[in-house]
Design a protein around this ligand. Structure first.
Ligand SMILES: Nc1nc2c(ncn2[C@@H]2O[C@H](COP(=O)(O)OP(=O)(O)OP(=O)(O)O)[C@@H](O)[C@H]2O)c(=O)[nH]1
Length: 303
């Protein structure tokens, strides 16, 4: 759930949290200062549930936006818009309990205006969000294709897991496309873990993942296959081009100078790989088994 820990953005939004509390407090002060309590016979339980839920859900939306988003234009517009909406919703909710004298009928009249302003501001926020997402989509190329499912992202490498890779392969096969599949395996990674610890191993895997992504073309895909293995999908590529790309990834990994703690001496590693061209009518599971078998063979054969 939402907490103030590193996993959420709350820590950056103390002012917006204060703004949200102030909006509710201001609406309450305004209503209580001019309204008188209604007789219980005039209070409708159904309206209280309906309008109370709108207030609670708007608050939940604000908290969700603040928990998930970094500070910036989109977040500010979203929370500002939702804040106006919350103001109207709170007034609406409170007038279920309060009766306003003739002289204070303006309060019921102004109730709907902040909501309308809030909607306009939120529309602007959503437009800005769309522009922001277009920029982010470009950064995500080579890590994510046309379908987002955050549950399938591996937290260590920040790449999608093998399941996603396979789904994208099936999609290519469905439209009769040929593609090259590759698996890259880091050599002797268990020895690295033993020497430097699992946490450093995680950091190493993360850095290798960045390298793999950097070496791909814009429309390729890199995923984490399992353990110290990376899965790559190269559509629209000739066998020679695929050879070059995969070889360059391995050379990059070989040149990665990983530094453990404050140690100036770099640690280097090597990787081996296997790749095949998958035709639309081939069975992925059979091809994958053959690739994994190839990787397990003595290292010369899958170099
Ligand atoms: N740090 C870290 N290690 C992992 C993770 N997942 C798997 N491993 C380790 O990766 C190692 C993989 O071992 P092996 O499959 O024998 O691979 P290897 O030691 O590279 O051996 P070869 O591939 O034959 O060279 C094991 O020690 C696993 O514990 C992970 O998420 N983080």
């Amino acid at each position: 759930m939402f907490t103030f820990t590193n996993n959420t953005q709350f820590g950056h939004h103390k002012l917006w949290l204060a703004f949200t509390i102030s909006v509710v407090a201001f609406a309450m002060c305004l209503s209580f200062s001019v309204g008188n309590a209604k007789q219980s016979a005039d209070i409708s339980g159904l309206d209280i549930v309906g309008e109370g839920s709108i207030v609670l859900l708007t608050l939940a939306w604000i908290l969700a936006a603040l928990a998930s988003r970094p500070p910036g234009k989109v977040t500010s517009l979203l929370v500002f818009g939702l804040g106006f909406f919350l103001f109207s919703a709170t007034l609406d909710f409170l007038d279920e309990f309060l009766h306003y004298p003739e002289s204070a009928h303006w309060i019921s009249m102004i109730e709907s205006y902040p909501a309308a302003v809030g909607m306009v501001v939120m529309t602007a926020a959503l437009y800005q969000w769309h522009l922001e997402q277009r920029a982010l989509n470009l950064q995500l190329r080579r890590r994510e294709w046309d379908y987002r499912d955050h549950d399938k992202i591996d937290p260590i490498t920040q790449l999608y897991r093998a399941e996603y890779w396979k789904e994208q392969i099936y999609k290519l096969q469905q439209v009769n496309k040929t593609a090259v599949l590759a698996i890259i395996d880091i050599n002797n990674f268990s020895v690295f873990n033993q020497q430097y610890g699992y946490a450093e191993g995680d950091r190493y895997l993360h850095e290798i993942a960045q390298l793999v992504v950097m070496n791909l073309r814009q429309h390729d895909l890199a995923c984490r296959y399992a353990g110290d293995r990376f899965a790559i999908l190269l559509p629209d590529v000739s066998p020679t081009q695929a050879d070059i790309i995969i070889n360059e990834i391995k050379v990059s990994i070989q040149h990665l100078a990983f530094r453990h703690n404050l140690n100036a001496n770099a640690i280097y590693t090597t990787a081996r790989s296997t790749h095949v061209t998958l035709l639309p009518n081939q069975k992925l599971s059979a091809v994958l088994n053959a690739m994994l078998f190839e990787l397990e063979r003595p290292q010369k054969s899958a170099a």
